[in-house]
Design a protein around this ligand. Structure first.
Ligand code: IVH
Length: 668
């Protein structure tokens, strides 16, 4: 009991401090998941020891006091929060509770919405005019941020159409789209100002700016998802219809909203949105299910601060805390040294992460990551995990800032830094086993020579055992030699020899890509192959001739020339061809069908069926060009859902804006 009392006290202080950092300073010290755990622990302790509950506990009020500088606004209808669910089972139980309370046999219709990671606001429209806008605050009283909300372009100052109630309090989420956030941070950084940790904090900071002129420069957006107080008017009977009505009055709603039936529908929605989470233009931390019938919502009512008719189904956190066990230097294919943080394993973004790249020595120093540090790890979508930042408050004493090694940790050769660049390279070249291993892994990879079964572990073994020095040695391997390797059975040895043999039949672009020429990726390899048609012609080409290849500049051309001028590289190429690595002749020149020849395109928004990469591919294949920003020279802006400011730019410049269907007709 005494222990519990003490722990409750510690937790309350800790939570209060995080609330201050998060809500008042917009500068949180720890990721949300860590904060949630503290609150969860406190709730559990208070449930087990009800006598310890006091009115000043963070569980007894929704945290966040209005800042002194803004006027305060009382919410006539309290702004509630949502219960959180993580497991499918929680949703099954939620749906069961709903049906039991409503005494319904069949399935319930739910309106499903992304749970936007921003700030809840309430906007009061009187006779169609925006009067007051407030933050959620503690749910009963918020801050008057009307002047700031008015600066958000997606907030209408006047409602459109007719039929809206005389008083309509529209509620929604203010947020910053990822692209706007990144652009803003880049600008802040260029001006030497402090950048924001994530879009949510950036949005919070912008909305609680005392100078609305600054707010106006920040790319804030809003999606409306509900209503508060309403006077004088009748509203539809379903939440989905209500959202449609809001949309009709000019109040923006999220385009991903869907109506679903029963648990199966809810979980299907959760998976579908989850799969697209990383590619949505804004950050979300889950989805929200709301009973669609407003009559049913009324019957269900509320418990404490959350409605019984809605629940938030959260995604696994994308940011987590862990500690750095070690910092090691990895040597890549081109000798580049990459610092990698070895971590105390942590579950983040749906997987267990134990390594995170620190990119390069400059990044390492900028973030000042040290062994023993507590760090925030981020893993979003399938992006490789990265260290967001160090929690300096938790740094143990006597840590040492890591430095770039002067010698390669693998082969001991000198490490050289290229003037003006952040890359440091091992100068060992083919002497360095790390570089040889990475070159071989690249050579064998799926998009290069596609040697099935030649994984990283086998490559390491082959190089360590001295069986393979360069790629050409692969083709001399026998099943007997291979079977000598540890954990390699006779069967898999025979299989590997067969797939190595099979890889000999390749294409020239694949072969060029597989060689690992500096700066020659798949696209450049293809361009080189199509331009020269055969390897000998490329090998014999002058620097100037190589630069005639579309999109090949002086740096790439010099890299290609240097690669083939190096005797050891030529030797490997000759040996490969000696081992009967071969490819069919390549047709040079452009294909006949070039409907987009000479046309310049800019892409914006999400297209209904084509991915961005597909669309870009089609444009290039059709002879067109893709650029990043709209200018007078742009021929078409290909726009999908949620387009950016590029549309407006196109309109002012008189550039044609087309959708996917019109694009398909152009290509045809
Ligand atoms: S409905 C009574 N819908 O989540 C229902 N909230 O945990 C109250 N949020 O404070 C909110 N997206 O800031 C609702 N589509 C959505 C939402 C959403 C994000 C936030 C909102 C709210 C918090 C509740």
């Amino acid at each position: 009991m005494a222990g519990a009392r003490e722990r409750v006290k510690v937790l309350r202080e800790e939570i209060a401090r995080h609330d201050f950092r998060y809500y008042v300073q917009d500068d949180p010290e720890v990721p949300d998941a860590e904060y949630d755990r503290l609150v969860q622990e406190l709730k559990a302790l208070e449930a087990a020891h009800p006598e310890l509950v006091s009115s000043d506990s963070p569980t007894q009020r929704v945290s966040g006091a209005p800042a002194r500088e803004f006027g305060s606004v009382e919410h006539r209808v309290p702004m509630l929060s949502l219960d959180n669910a993580f497991a499918d089972e929680d949703i099954v139980n939620f749906d069961r509770r709903v049906r039991e309370r409503l005494e319904i046999e069949g399935s319930v219709a739910y309106n499903c919405e992304p749970k936007l990671d921003g700030l809840a606001v309430a906007l009061r429209y009187e006779d169609g005019e925006l009067r007051v806008g407030a933050t959620r605050g503690d749910g009963l009283k918020g801050e008057d941020v009307t002047v700031n909300l008015r600066t958000i372009k997606s907030v209408p100052l006047k409602l459109r159409g007719r039929g809206y109630p005389r008083v309509l309090e529209a509620r929604g989420e203010v947020f910053m789209a990822v692209r706007g956030f990144e652009r803003m941070n880049a600008e802040l950084e260029a001006r030497g100002e402090k950048t924001f940790v994530n879009p949510r904090n950036a949005a919070a900071g912008a909305l609680r700016q005392l100078d609305p002129r600054i707010t106006a420069t920040r790319p804030l957006e809003i999606f409306f998802y509900g209503i508060g107080a309403v006077d004088g008017g009748t509203l539809p009977g379903r939440h989905s219809e209500l959202l449609a009505a809001l949309r009709g009055w000019g109040l923006r709603t999220c385009p991903e909203i869907e109506l679903q039936e029963g648990v199966v529908g809810l979980l299907g929605y959760y998976r579908q949105i989850g799969a697209r989470r990383a590619s949505l233009p804004y950050q979300i931390d889950g989805v929200v299910y709301k009973v669609d019938s407003l009559a049913q919502q009324r019957d269900l009512g509320f418990v404490a601060r959350a409605p019984r008719w809605a629940i938030a189904h959260k995604f696994p956190a994308e940011e987590e805390l862990t500690t750095v066990r070690d910092i090691e230097w990895q040597v890549g294919r081109t000798g580049a040294l990459t610092p990698v943080a070895r971590l105390e394993p942590v579950f983040v973004g749906g997987v267990t992460v134990s390594n995170a790249t620190l990119h390069n020595v400059d990044e390492l120093h900028r973030k000042d990551v040290r062994v023993g540090d507590t760090v925030i790890i981020r893993r979003a979508g399938d992006v490789i995990p990265e260290v967001v930042r160090v929690i300096e408050e938790r740094r143990p004493p006597n840590t040492i800032a890591p430095t770039l090694p002067s010698h390669c940790p693998v082969c001991g050769s000198d490490v050289r830094r290229v003037e003006g660049e952040s890359v440091a390279r091992c100068t060992g070249g083919l002497v360095c086993p790390a570089q040889r291993k990475e070159s071989l892994k690249h050579f064998a990879s799926r998009r290069a020579m596609d040697v099935e079964g030649l994984g990283d572990k086998v490559v390491d073994q082959l190089v360590d055992a001295g069986l393979v020095h360069d790629a050409s040695d692969l083709y001399g391997l026998t099943a007997e030699r291979l079977a000598e390797l540890e954990r390699m059975g006779e069967k898999s040895a025979a299989k590997l020899v067969a797939s190595i043999a099979k890889s000999r039949d390749t294409t020239l672009p694949r072969f060029l890509f597989a060689l690992g020429i500096p700066n020659v990726g798949e696209a450049t390899a293809l361009a080189l192959a199509e331009h020269f048609g055969e390897l000998a012609a490329l090998q014999a080409a002058t620097l100037e001739q190589i630069m005639e290849v579309p999109d090949v500049g002086p740096i790439v051309a010099a890299g290609v020339r240097e690669f083939f001028d190096e005797g050891r590289n030529r030797e490997v190429v000759d040996k490969l061809i000696g081992h009967a690595v071969r490819w069919p002749a390549v047709a040079t020149g452009r294909s006949e069908h070039q409907p987009l020849a000479g046309k310049t395109f800019v892409l914006t928004g999400t297209l209904p069926t084509l991915s961005r990469a597909d669309a870009e591919d089609m444009i290039r294949k059709g002879g067109g060009k893709v650029t990043g920003s709209v200018t007078k020279k742009t021929d078409y802006v290909l726009a999908g859902e949620n387009p950016g400011s590029k549309i407006e730019k196109a309109r002012t410049l008189g550039v044609s804006v087309i959708d996917e269907a019109a694009f398909a007709r152009l290509v045809d």
